[in-house]
Design a protein. Structure first.
Length: 178
């Protein structure tokens, strides 16, 4: 049931953004908002707090993204918040990105990095991920300070974790085991 609801929202967003000719921008904005939602406990609790009135939540959305996002993106986030579906934002954003990539006969490769990546690096990573997964991929780079250094790439169910935090955890586990 939840997957049907998420896919329904994603399909509607995909069709509206495609009809407006703003699919790439809306897709990118939703992914950015999704990552902010996932990495900010304060934002997540504000948008999902059942005690906070809806108009306060929507006012917060306007303050955060109102002038920086397309009216469609702002409207979608406002709708999700007003219907108590803010916790679905990451899943819906991912489904929209997947639908957009599929419409271009590609699969989304989400690359998380602590710092922005230049175009040449993204192109090399895209090619390498395509070879590693055997799929035609489209890279979506997400700046995520929690990565610390290195990269984390996800294509479908395949995750390649080359982050420093992963290496530190591996060393920590090895030390505990001895």
């Amino acid at each position: 049931m939840a997957d049907d609801r998420i896919n329904g929202y994603a399909k509607g967003i995909f069709e509206m953004a495609g009809g407006e000719g703003s699919l790439d921008r809306v897709e990118g904005e939703l992914l950015t908002i999704s990552r902010a939602f996932e990495t900010s406990p304060e934002l997540r609790s504000t948008l999902t707090d059942p005690q906070l009135p809806i108009d306060k939540k929507q006012g917060g959305v306007d303050d955060l993204i109102g002038s920086r996002a397309t009216p469609l993106t702002v409207g979608v986030i406002q709708l999700l918040v007003s219907q108590g579906r803010a916790s679905d934002i990451p899943a819906i954003a991912s489904a929209v990105a997947g639908a957009a990539a599929a419409s271009r006969d590609k699969e989304v490769a989400e690359i998380r990095s602590a710092v922005p990546l230049d175009e040449a690096t993204v192109a090399r990573l895209t090619a390498a991920l395509g070879r590693a997964t055997g799929k035609e991929v489209e890279a979506k780079v997400v700046v995520d300070p929690s990565v610390i250094g290195g990269l984390i790439a996800r294509v479908g169910d395949t995750v390649i974790d080359g982050s420093i935090s992963k290496r530190v955890d591996s060393v920590r586990q090895a030390v505990k085991a001895t």
